[in-house]
Design a binder for this molecule. Sequence first.
Ligand code: HPA
Length: 276
Amino acid sequence: MNTPVDDTAARAADIVRARRPDQYRAAIVLGSGLGGFSESVEDAVRIPYGELPGFPAAGVSGHAGALVCGRVGGLPVLVLAGRAHFYEHGDAAVMRPALEAVAALGVDTLILTNAAGSVRQKMPPGSLMAIADHINVSGLNPLIGEPSDRRFVNMVDAYDPALRARLAACAARLGVHLHLGVYAWFSGPSFETPAEIRMAQALGADTVGMSTVPEVILARFLGLRVAAISTITNLGAGMAPHGPSHGETKEVAGAAAGQLSALLAGFLADLAGDVP
Ligand code: HPA
């Protein structure tokens, strides 16, 4: 793991070790509407973010804000129930201490979930999409200000191809249709304009969203391998008779949560097979 700027993450990791020691392998960040997944964690200890130095005070409705430590499918996991977004306070590195803490606890695999708008008519609301790559439309970066040369992070295969293949195999086994595509990060919090959605289509994006990309950059900086899944909650602005809304995002994400939870549980059980 790369050396953090101060001991904030180390202190958070110490608290987790004291409350529930384990050989944690994977961390899962839960996006909008997926909070219920944390109830499937066995032997769970739930630590509110407020008790963990550097963890974000997640304030967006639909996000709970607790680290749930336990096992899923036999794999020791840390579930981040709630994330902070750039658009809340204007800090693209807001998730850095939390990700440093999970890396300090031995995690080497980060699984990110989010809600996203589809810019492809053929990928309708309710679909699931594994992210193959991203486009950082925002121009922001969580590593701005990082002094070391490690800031020049290689982003080729940032979304680990081997993990993606295993995820696709799990989805096929479970009969879950999993699309594959490119996620474009817009800063939010306003939704895109129809012209921006046409731009995203022209650029080669399949989805648009307001999260995940800064976490992927930080994860690669920290040496974590990444898998990411979007729940498609709506068609992009201008593609449907009505515009996107936060209410619809939460509602559709909640309705698709059962399928995504089953896929996550199957994937984690598969990863548990790697543990010697
Ligand atoms: N745009 C940006 N973020 C989103 C969307 C969208 O259409 N849907 C869910 N999150």
